[in-house]
Write a protein that binds this ligand. Structure first.
Ligand SMILES: Cc1cc2nc3c(=O)[nH]c(=O)nc-3n(C[C@H](O)[C@H](O)[C@H](O)COP(=O)(O)OP(=O)(O)OC[C@H]3O[C@@H](n4cnc5c(N)ncnc54)[C@H](O)[C@@H]3O)c2cc1C
Length: 428
């Protein structure tokens, strides 16, 4: 029986393992194994809500073990560190527990087909001081750490231990993550004030959102990006465009040719790159941000038995440019990758992946705004509750891919009930 290994159980990899488990694993046509360094999955676009406590991660995370059991694939915890392409073997590092003890030693697994779906991490572009002093929103752990730390900071302001008039927060990178985080922080402090915490109100926050290009959200049409900038400024944020940060220290960002920007809390949300170790991994071809270059079939250019999907992939679009690193693209790549792997098993011709951009919606805490695709290449602006519904729909589509429509509907209902009996902000 063919052995198919998927490394990375994120937006793309977990959907792929679920699809292949149903299509091949269940019928005994192949053995499907999913590897992830963690034991549970949380859909990454929710991270800014986890970071500000406006979403409870316990309700939304998925155990790889139960997903594997329910969908006829095997789950193994492990971190990919190397591939031996000649012998078709992957190498996994020691798995270490919270007390730094090895719980599973280094191991090797053989494969017939391998899919790399290990996502991306923040890119500091080599800017001095950023790695040392800035917070990144890369995974559940960093989001939870940030939540605990900002809650403590807010409480110190509320109790009077912190005497400053304002809390200076600077966020570098005004793409979706930076913008969404800004609005969630305003929502967070407003809600805490409503719980009765003295001095916690939006005017305490001095948030500066810093962008190197000439406007925020460069992926959106100019009028939408302008509208969202106005909304951010109405909330009280300072938006600096055409401001390139060249250095950071423990409480300043240094723009090129301008005065330093002071910050008590420094966030970096300016772009992503694939993991550094991919650059030299088994001679596979990569681009300058370490993404594995793939053919239209999603097979890596130098090895047909290795596929790559999601953020760690550089996939050219037929019309020019590259598929963006988004959950929407990872979802679409997972579907085509599943079709192609089934085709290989059945000796059929492989399909070409073609990214279909269905639009971009930015969540602005209690509302949302963006564009959706209409006929042909046309786009239509959407905002308000319709945009919020479409934004949530992307997550629901991910849940449908994992659990099917019936369970997803019931999960959404259960979530609503749970939300009605708990604090809106997760204070744990
Ligand atoms: C705050 C935030 C908001 C976002 N909002 C949106 C949005 O609104 N819309 C949108 O389309 N996209 C959004 N994105 C982008 C989206 O989250 C990613 O594009 C998407 O998650 C990529 O999916 P993936 O499967 O490639 O990787 P991921 O979902 O990141 O999954 C990668 C998986 O690989 C595992 N892994 C990593 N390295 C290893 C290793 N060496 N060995 C084993 N396992 C490993 C990780 O644990 C993880 O489970 C957002 C991202 C962030 C951070």
């Amino acid at each position: 029986m063919k052995k198919i290994i998927i490394v990375g159980g994120g937006a793309g990899g977990l959907e792929l393992a679920t699809l292949l488990g149903k299509k091949l694993g269940k019928l005994g046509k192949a053995e499907i194994t999913l590897i992830d360094k963690n034991t549970n999955h949380l859909w990454k676009p929710l991270l800014h809500e986890i970071a500000t406590g406006t979403l409870n991660d316990e309700l939304d995370h998925v155990s790889y073990f139960s997903q594997a059991q329910n969908n006829s694939f095997i789950f193994k915890q492990g971190q990919l560190i190397n591939i031996d392409r000649d012998n078709k073997v992957i190498e996994l590092n020691d798995v270490i527990d919270h007390e730094n003890q090895v719980i599973f030693p280094k191991t090797s697994l053989s494969y017939d087909l391998l899919v790399i779906a290990i996502g991306s991490t923040s890119n500091d572009f080599g800017t001095p001081g950023v790695k040392e002093y800035c917070t990144f929103l890369d995974d559940q752990e960093s989001a939870k750490r940030f939540r605990k730390s900002i809650l403590s900071t807010f409480f110190r302001f509320s109790s009077g231990i912190e005497k400053n008039e304002k809390l200076n927060i600077a966020i570098v990178g005004a793409g979706a993550t930076g913008v969404e985080l800004t609005t969630e922080l305003f929502r967070m402090i407003k809600t805490l004030g409503q719980y009765g915490f003295e001095k916690l109100e939006p005017s305490l926050l001095n948030i500066t959102l810093i962008e190197a290009t000439d406007r925020i959200l460069p992926a959106l049409p100019e009028n939408v990006s302008k509208n969202i900038q106005t909304k951010l400024e109405e909330l009280g944020a300072i938006v600096l465009t055409k401001t390139k940060i060249v250095k950071a220290d423990n409480n300043h960002f240094y723009p090129e040719d301008e005065a330093p920007i002071p910050a008590d809390i420094m966030m970096w949300t300016a772009g992503v790159k694939a993991a550094d170790f991919l650059k030299d991994l088994a001679g596979l071809e990569t681009n300058r941000v370490n993404q594995l270059i793939v053919k239209p079939t999603l097979q890596t250019t130098r090895d047909d038995s290795i596929f790559a999907i999601g953020d760690c992939t550089c996939c050219a679009k037929a019309e020019g440019g590259f598929t963006p690193a988004t959950a929407q693209a990872a979802h679409q790549m997972a579907s085509i990758c599943a079709v192609n792997i089934v085709s290989i098993i059945n000796n059929e011709t492989l399909k070409h992946f073609q990214y279909n951009n269905k639009g971009t919606i930015i969540s602005l805490a209690n509302t949302a705004q963006g564009v959706i695709k209409t006929i042909g290449k046309n786009q239509m602006g959407v905002k308000g509750w319709i945009a919020s519904c479409i934004y949530r729909m992307l997550y629901r589509l991910h849940q449908i891919a994992l659990f099917g429509p019936f369970k997803t509907f019931r999960l959404a209902r259960a979530n609503k009930v749970y939300r009605s009996v708990r604090t809106t902000i997760n204070m744990n």
